[in-house]
Design a protein around this ligand. Structure first.
Ligand code: HSE
Length: 307
């Protein structure tokens, strides 16, 4: 059995417009790299962090917290060292903390001969994610660990459904270089919503799921609308409405806030349209004084993987 493993832990888009805290999908071109190593010395140690300034103390680092939760339950006859090569900016809205939380438990599981299934790995990763967002939710973790589109049917007990990915679906993202803390953008949300909004939202979630199952791009387009969360959170994202109208005009199926923002994602039918959408995002933000990055990504159906 191996003593060391290098992994790619992908960025993810949570919520997918209408599916707040339940829907998510996995990205292909953006993600962190991590090395997990078995040690004779017991315990969990984070020995290297490159890319961003994050805590080394295991119980203060999301990768360390998820690793400790799994370690304390399994009580293996060894310890683990974790190196984190962070490429996903914390607070970007594309699952930075989830990539770290998922990476450590995935790596440990591989080195221990895979005693745990993907649901159990997601369960332990949720313990780390909770450190970043102050609540246990799995809508970024599930797509990172399972790949493709996922729906978290229930967080407690954890039940993840894997949804199909239509083959022509591509994502485009813009990441304005401002930071939005998930905990703060959750604090903005209302505790109650109207029955009319709830009806619209669950009709959209059901339609989106059906659209994914039947590769019905027109239905996916109709369903990619969020009447519950977006009206509150979009105020935190400069030029959100300008980006959305620009990308819909050039053929995106839909556009919404990625996770808790500030990243904005669009879905398109074909890579060519996704690239046109990228230009529209670029042109909109070039006129502002905010730094930004844009990406085009196929939906990553594999999820977290060994390099
Ligand atoms: N569903 C979460 C939210 C994702 O939107 O707050 C971000 O962690």
């Amino acid at each position: 059995m191996k003593n060391e493993i290098k992994i790619f832990s992908p960025a993810t888009v949570a919520n997918v417009a209408c599916g707040f805290d339940v829907l998510g999908f996995c990205l292909d071109t953006i993600g962190d790299e991590m090395v997990v190593r078995k040690t004779q010395e017991k315990g969990i140690r984070i020995t290297k962090i490159e890319g961003y300034n994050l805590p080394y103390e295991a119980k203060k680092n999301v990768a360390g917290v998820s690793a400790l939760a799994m370690y304390n339950d399994l009580q293996p006859d060894c310890g683990f060292e974790i190196e984190i090569y962070k490429k996903i900016k914390p607070g970007s809205g594309i699952g930075s903390s989830s990539a770290s939380a998922a990476g450590s438990v995935f790596g440990m599981n591989e080195l221990l001969g895979k005693p745990l299934d993907k649901t159990k790995l997601t369960y332990y990763a949720m313990k780390g994610e909770a450190l970043a967002s102050q609540c246990e939710h799995a809508d970024n973790l599930a797509p990172a660990i399972f790949g493709g589109f996922t729906l978290v049917k229930s967080a407690c007990p954890l039940h993840v459904l894997e949804l199909p990915t239509p083959s022509d679906l591509y994502a485009t993202l813009i990441h304005p270089q401002i930071e939005i803390k998930t905990s703060e953008s959750r604090a903005l949300l209302p505790k109650d919503i109207s029955l009319q909004k709830a009806i619209t939202q669950w009709a959209n979630v059901g339609s989106l799921v059906h659209g994914l199952h039947t590769s019905n791009y027109e239905l996916i387009k109709d369903a990619l609308n969020d009447v519950v969360i977006e009206p509150y959170r979009k105020q935190l994202i400069p030029y959100f409405d300008n980006v959305k109208s620009a990308v819909l005009e050039v053929g995106a199926l839909g556009c919404a806030i990625s996770g808790s923002g500030p990243s904005i994602f669009a879905l398109s039918k074909s890579e060519a349209t996704a690239k046109t959408v990228q230009k529209a995002m670029y042109n909109t933000y070039s006129k502002t004084d905010i730094q930004f990055e844009t990406y085009v990504s196929k939906i990553n159906t594999e999820g977290i993987k060994i390099l």
